[in-house]
Design a protein around this ligand. Structure first.
Ligand code: B12
Ligand code: SF4
Length: 636
């Protein structure tokens, strides 16, 4: 059991007048993410190849109209807003103009900005704007950007906060930092779209994001999320026990009418005791929830398939060891066999492979890519090997003089899809952008659209478990399979038509469609016959739009917590109210932060990335109001 400290560092970059804000919980707080639009090249560091979209950015990037389009909110800010007693407004995904409007329209005592490193220039600009329009406000900058060593010299902020933000804000506002953590209601995906079809906005179709912990005790040397929360042996639990977590999930289930959870936890199954207790409670209380998790392969292996199924694991994001990888972390686990086994139980796999490891060369890279493609996971993420400030790997390469100087690149381009930020021993400068694209393309050419792959896996799960003796298990698989005879049959029929001149791919699509026909009979046949041509038409239309340069941007969200009085909330731009759930089970030990069990853990190469159900739909309260893109105003 690792010893755990609370890895929150408070770094005042100017001497604060007080250790806490003089107004305490009376201080008016604005929390904001960096401004968009994101999917374009501009002087603030937006990049067309770095959209604010998980899948299209780094998973289905080369899948054209088959790419899964979806946005995710800034969960860290939502968590902070839910857990302070000060009146707090959250502006998520503003435009620059909307951010300025907010500063001109409402007075704030504290402005908190969340960012990652590639968005540094935006933070700089935002700090300047706060100084201009709200000189009285204290500027606090947090999130992964805080790991830039000389950040205080690059931006004009009062505080740069490394690590967990709820505790920092509570302390700063003079509140008890050890109160239980309230959980915001978060729709895990927003604006889902695939093959030119937008997914319906039904609350019961949406997964709730669940944040049990942050950090990962495995402390892989390149892992910025582990480093962010203390590194090796350290992490922070918001909900320490299975009982606490179960309570929060029940409340989210009721409030949001969800039956699935996207579990935003670096290595959820690593906390074995908590996960198994949750499973027990799900069994006792007849909960057939579906869980989407991150996990390393050998942690998955430490559970039996019955346990995984009972716990509702239906989607796994896992790092895949590359051929002859320097990260030998799967520890003898046959990852190919594991992926197949998981898929045969209906568990969809998002595999993650790193390109640009030290042993990769222009000569062996095709072998590396082919190896990754052979996994035939439902989705495949490829990322460039990128030592990030704050990680041991970055420190090591800096000491060896192998990190590139910042004058050699633009920091906005270090997002993992374009430039290596260190001197690679074999890959010539500039080749990496092509290599990573080659990997995405190869995976798509060989394995086809991810949407077809998840149909294949979901069908396998349904066939295996539809007659399971436990009705709780049967119910979950029926829920997972609900769209197979309808939406997915139409989608497969469209794909078959789309690939009519590609015999291999057409055969692949035909086989999956045959599976649907044989299982669901006339219903699937009729939907395929009628819906297929319609979806094909949508697909082609989307293909044309994308070819013409169409991009997607997230809507702006504008939300206030319960301490903002309603007059303020209604003024100028009307805001939505956010409604977190409050834990009813209070931890026995004082404090919400604690230890976990990492005995059977081993790291995965790129583990902490986001998993997401494919058929995600927007919806469920608190719902974003209509968007006025020009001003970004949210008028409920
Ligand atoms: C969800 C997510 C996304 C979402 C959306 C995020 C958003 N709305 O901004 C999507 C999928 C769009 C995305 C995109 C990208 N992401 Co991303 N993403 C994540 C992910 C998986 C989860 C973040 C999260 O919600 N965590 C849970 C919350 C509770 O934790 P948190 O965000 O860290 O917040 C806590 C603290 O950081 C702190 N805090 C945060 N903000 C603030 C602000 C203040 C004022 C204070 C005081 C404290 C504070 O308090 C919070 C509560 O404890 C992380 C990995 C991870 N596990 O964290 C990567 C991660 C943040 N992403 C990363 C990257 C690189 C990207 C991309 C560049 C694409 C890419 N190639 O991966 C793009 C950038 C898009 C763009 N144009 O800006 C890196 C950042 C690396 C770095 N050091 O800068 C991470 C760490 C993944 C990784 N290890 O590579 N991402
Ligand atoms: S890469 Fe995965 S296993 Fe390693 S520290 Fe990060 S989250 Fe943990």
């Amino acid at each position: 059991m690792p010893s755990i400290s609370v890895p929150v560092e408070i770094l005042p970059v100017i001497d604060p007048p007080h250790a806490t804000h003089p107004l305490g919980s009376q201080a008016r707080v604005l929390l904001t993410s960096v401004f968009g639009p994101y999917a374009q090249d501009d002087q603030y560091g937006s990049r067309a190849i770095n959209p604010m979209e998980l899948y299209h950015n780094q998973v289905t990037r080369a899948q054209g109209p088959f790419s899964l389009r979806m946005f995710h909110r800034t969960w860290g800010l939502m968590l902070i807003q839910a857990n302070i007693h000060a009146p707090c407004t959250l502006l998520d995904f503003p435009t620059l103009e909307r951010f300025v409007e907010e500063l001109r329209s409402n007075r704030y005592d504290v402005v908190g900005i969340s960012s990652i490193i590639p968005n540094l220039l935006k933070v700089k600009k935002m700090c300047e704007l706060v100084r201009r329009y709200q000189p009285q406000a204290t500027i606090v900058v947090g999130g992964h950007i805080a790991n830039v060593p000389d950040l205080h010299q690059r931006i004009d902020a009062d505080y740069i906060v490394k690590g967990e933000g709820v505790r920092w804000f509570r302390t700063f506002l003079g509140e008890d930092p050890d109160q239980p953590i309230r959980h915001p209601r978060i729709n895990s995906g927003i604006g889902t779209r695939n093959m030119g079809v937008s997914v319906a906005d039904k609350p019961e179709e949406v997964a709730a994001a669940l944040i049990p912990s942050v950090g990962c005790p495995m402390g892989c040397n390149f892992c910025s999320t582990s480093a962010m929360f203390g590194g090796k042996g350290k992490f922070i639990d918001f909900y320490k026990t299975g009982d606490e977590l179960f309570d929060v999930m029940c409340q989210l289930e009721q409030a949001m009418r969800v039956s699935s959870f996207f579990v935003m936890d670096e290595n959820f199954l690593l906390h074995r005791k908590r996960a198994l207790r949750l499973m027990e409670l799900m069994e006792q209380n007849d909960k057939s929830w579906a869980l989407h998790v991150f996990s390393s392969a050998n942690v998955l292996r430490s559970y039996t398939m019955d346990q995984l199924v009972s716990l509702g694991i239906s989607w796994v994001w896992m790092g895949l060891e590359g051929k002859d990888s320097q990260y030998g972390k799967l520890h003898g686990t046959d990852a190919f066999a594991l992926v197949r086994e998981l898929q045969s139980h209906g568990i969809r796999v998002l595999g993650s492979t790193i390109i640009g490891l030290e042993n990769h060369t222009p000569e062996n890279i095709d072998e590396v890519i082919d190896y990754a493609v052979r996994y035939d996971t439902d989705f495949h993420q490829f990322m460039l090997y990128t030592p990030i400030p704050g990680t041991p790997l970055h420190a090591e390469l800096t000491a060896q003089g192998r990190m590139k100087d910042e004058s050699e690149y633009d920091i906005a381009d270090i997002h993992g899809q374009y430039i290596l930020n260190y001197r690679h021993p074999h890959i010539p400068e500039g080749l990496e952008a092509e290599l990573i694209l080659r990997a995405f393309r190869r995976d798509f050419e060989v394995n086809g659209p991810s949407i077809a792959r998840i149909v294949r896996t979901t069908l396998a799960g349904w066939l295996r478990y539809k007659d399971h003796p436990d009705p709780r298990i049967r119910r979950r698989f029926a829920w997972e399979a609900r769209a197979l005879p309808t939406t997915y049959a139409a989608a497969l029929a469209a794909m078959k038509l789309y690939y009519r001149r590609d015999p291999a791919m057409r055969a692949k699509m035909s086989e999956i469609l045959r599976g649907l026909h044989s299982e669901f009979g006339w219903k699937a046949r009729v939907t395929a016959a009628i819906g297929g041509p319609y979806v094909l038409w949508k697909l082609r239309r989307e293909e044309k739009r994308l070819a013409a340069g169409w991009t997607y941007e997230p809507p702006t969200f504008y939300e206030v917590n319960e301490y903002v009085n309603s007059q303020v909330a209604a003024s100028v731009f009307r805001a939505e109210r956010s409604f977190p759930v409050t834990p009813r089970i209070i931890p026995r030990l004082s404090g919400s932060y604690g230890t976990g069990d990492s005995r059977d853990a081993a790291p995965h190469p790129l583990g902490r990335r986001l998993a997401q159900p494919a058929a995600q739909a927007p919806g469920a309260p608190p719902r974003p109001a209509p968007i006025d893109r020009a001003g970004g105003a949210v008028l409920a």
